[in-house]
Design a protein. Structure first.
Lengths: 576, 90
């Protein structure tokens, strides 16, 4: 059917009306198109940005710093979220009443607060870092524009000063400053993640706009420390420092079989949870960073050197006059005996004897033994600031130095280094690499320093040190055989040896039949009347060793009668 | 031909409704997921704080002092200690 042909349906309109309506419609369309083009084409970036600002959020996913624990999982350092108060001075709008209230919540005088807030900074600054949870609630309730709370992680050290020197600490920005916190910063820190989300009007997250970049949490770290032994070492050291009125001191406990550092304590101490009073002195890990002249504790290495070359046997007899001249230097014995065996030289710590033994070697030969034992080399524990000590090249030694080197003057060592070197005697000649981290026994390969027979012979000599007639009788541990060596060295002050300032030391091991633990003790400037290594450092050794052996449940190796005798001797000896 | 169109149109309608439904469900699940994640974070933080608290209570220094003072404990003297050696059963 053709409608157009029907006359009745034919509209009879004036053409201008058609044109007007059509034109208006077209004009409307043109306006809409132009507007759309203006919004979509020209202004799109600006508008998109505005829209995104309302609905999209860029979130930073915080990466929690890893925990540090001891070898049994006891917590040494942990990060936990806290609130801190920040201010944007530009946006700050508040009344005097609110100011007073905030001061009350923070527990500070109003004047101090307003002085703090008067700071002319662009951007923002922290007012209190951190605030307590109760304070946070109070501040949030006030709702002052320009003041806001920010969530941050704060590091806590539950063991406090007991393990402070090893664990170290972080600064307010969570960067490791000292100790393990610094050494393993990268591992502990983790990496922040990023997330872009779409939010609805009520602030609910609707969906992720881009794939989430997950935060990489900081790795946890299990240290080689045993917190129980660490505490014992800390306690006994603190007691000895107080008793001997000493300036400082250190204790190192090593696992002779694995090279792990089971405890490392220093005095003076600091509290890592309190960052207000920053004093660098007490924060120093003396056992690793400071050096001292080892004194007589070097003598077992002299003995090992001469035994190794077959120059002497443990029972070879040596003439030991009271004094012995080397160049211009007169070497003197405190308790002279006309003749001694090599064993007795170690047992009674004879300087003359040690010098005569060392002089039977060339400087090069003696240097080589010391060098092999790790002196003058970094001990390799990975601790920040670890020292290599000082061992000069043999070609520069004068005869006098060759002689003094035999009783531990003219070279310097750290306590950690010295204890590590004693591992050679404890472990039948093999030194295990040191570690502050817990490790499995099978991962370790040792370095051979002495032959097993030499190591055992020297160990037997060191065992006589703790027996009747030795310098270390106060280092005995009931029930166990103990081997070790005492040391008493004059301190070098302004290039001269002070006649009345000493460093008393003892390094020993137990059970002597198959040593499991090595403990090194050094006490700096004891001024309580006694200063011999055996009397000052020795008892610390004995206490820590006895408690550690019990802690590790190691079977006693002393024959029953000997144990009884030792106990009786201890009782009879009392304070000897 | 026209019947096929009708069927297709109905099918399209069903698909569209299903899409709306699944979109909605995905949003609901997402919100739920977010909520649980937040809960996990809160629990994690609580766990950390509890660990902190536990290690503060169990601090050897504190245990030592308490054992000595409040409980009056002492380390056993050596003559009160007997060492038992286990012998392997035949």
């Amino acid at each position: 059917m053709n409608y157009h042909s029907k006359k009745l349906l034919k509209l009879n309109l004036a053409p201008w009306r058609m044109a007007t309506v059509g034109g208006l419609l077209l004009a409307g369309l043109a306006v809409v198109t132009a507007r759309a083009f203006y919004l979509q084409g020209l202004n799109t970036d600006y508008l998109q940005g505005k829209g995104d600002a309302v609905a999209n959020r860029n979130l930073t996913l915080p990466a929690q710093r890893g925990q540090v624990t001891d070898r049994h999982g006891q917590l040494l350092a942990i990060s936990t979220p806290v609130e801190s108060l920040w201010a944007r001075p530009g946006e700050l709008k508040w009344t005097a009443a609110q100011q007073a209230q905030l001061a009350k919540v923070l527990g500070m005088p109003v004047s101090e607060l307003s002085k703090k807030m008067a700071r002319k900074t662009r951007g923002e600054f922290s007012v209190r870092r951190p605030v307590t949870p109760e304070q946070a609630v109070g501040i949030a309730a006030m709702g002052v524009p320009g003041l806001h709370l920010r969530r941050e992680f704060r590091r806590y050290y539950p063991a406090g000063e007991v393990a402070a020197h090893v664990v170290g600490f972080t600064n307010v920005d969570d960067l490791g400053q000292e100790g393990v916190e610094r050494a393993y910063q990268d591992w502990l820190a983790g990496r922040e993640g990023q997330r872009q989300i779409l939010r609805d009007r009520r602030g609910n997250t609707i969906r992720d706009l881009v794939p989430i970049k997950t935060a990489q949490l900081g790795g946890n770290l299990a240290l080689s420390l045993d917190l129980n032994i660490q505490y014992l070492a800390h306690r006994e050291l603190a007691a000895a420092i107080a008793k001997n009125k000493a300036k400082g001191g250190s204790v190192v406990v090593l696992d002779a079989k694995t090279g792990e550092i089971l405890a490392l304590a220093n005095q003076p101490i600091f509290n890592p949870n309190n960052r207000r009073n920053y004093k660098p002195g007490p924060m120093r890990n003396r056992a690793v960073i400071d050096t001292f002249e080892p004194g007589s504790t070097i003598k077992p290495f002299v003995a090992a050197a001469v035994l190794e070359r077959g120059l002497y046997h443990p029972e070879s007899v040596i003439e030991t006059p009271e004094t012995w001249r080397v160049g211009a230097k007169l070497v003197r014995d405190v308790h002279p005996h006309p003749q001694m065996t090599v064993s007795e030289i170690i047992q009674k710590s004879s300087n003359v004897g040690a010098v005569k033994l060392a002089m039977s070697l060339t400087p090069q030969q003696y240097w080589e033994v010391l060098h092999r034992s790790g002196f003058g080399e970094l001990p390799g524990s990975g601790f920040p600031g670890e020292t290599a000590g000082r061992l000069r090249d043999a070609s520069t030694w004068k005869p006098v130095e060759h002689a003094t080197m035999a009783y531990g003057y003219g070279l310097s060592v750290s306590l950690l280094q010295l204890s590590r070197a004693y591992m050679a005697f404890a472990n039948d000649g093999e030194v295990m690499p040191l570690s502050f981290l817990k490790r499995e026994p099978q991962e370790i390969a040792g370095v051979r320093v002495f032959s097993p027979s030499v190591a055992r012979e020297v160990r037997a000599m060191m065992e006589s040190v703790t027996q009747e007639g030795g310098t270390g009788m106060r280092t005995r541990v009931p029930g166990y055989r103990v081997a070790g060596k005492t040391g008493t060295a004059h301190k070098l002050i302004d290039g001269r040896y002070a006649p009345d300032r000493y460093l008393s030391s003892f390094v020993g091991m137990a059970p002597a039949s198959n040593p499991r633990l090595i403990i090194g003790v050094v006490i700096d400037e004891p001024s309580g009347g006694v200063y011999y290594g055996g009397s000052v450092a020795g008892p610390v050794f004995a206490q820590v060793m006895a408690a550690s052996l019990r802690q590790l449940a190691l079977p006693p190796d002393a024959p029953e009668t000997a144990t009884l005798m030792t106990q009786n001797a201890l009782r009879a000896g009392g304070g000897a | 031909m026209s019947r096929l169109n009708v069927v297709l149109a109905l099918l399209l309608m069903v698909c569209a409704l299903a899409l709306i439904q699944s979109q909605h469900r995905s949003r609901t699940y997402f919100v739920e997921l977010e909520r649980l994640k937040k809960q996990a974070r809160v629990l994690d933080e609580q766990w950390g704080q509890l660990q902190l608290e536990q290690s503060t209570w169990a601090n050897p220094a504190r245990v030592d002092t308490l054992a000595r003072t409040r409980l009056g404990l002492i380390a056993p003297p050596n003559d009160r200690v007997r060492i038992e050696t286990l012998t392997a059963a035949p």
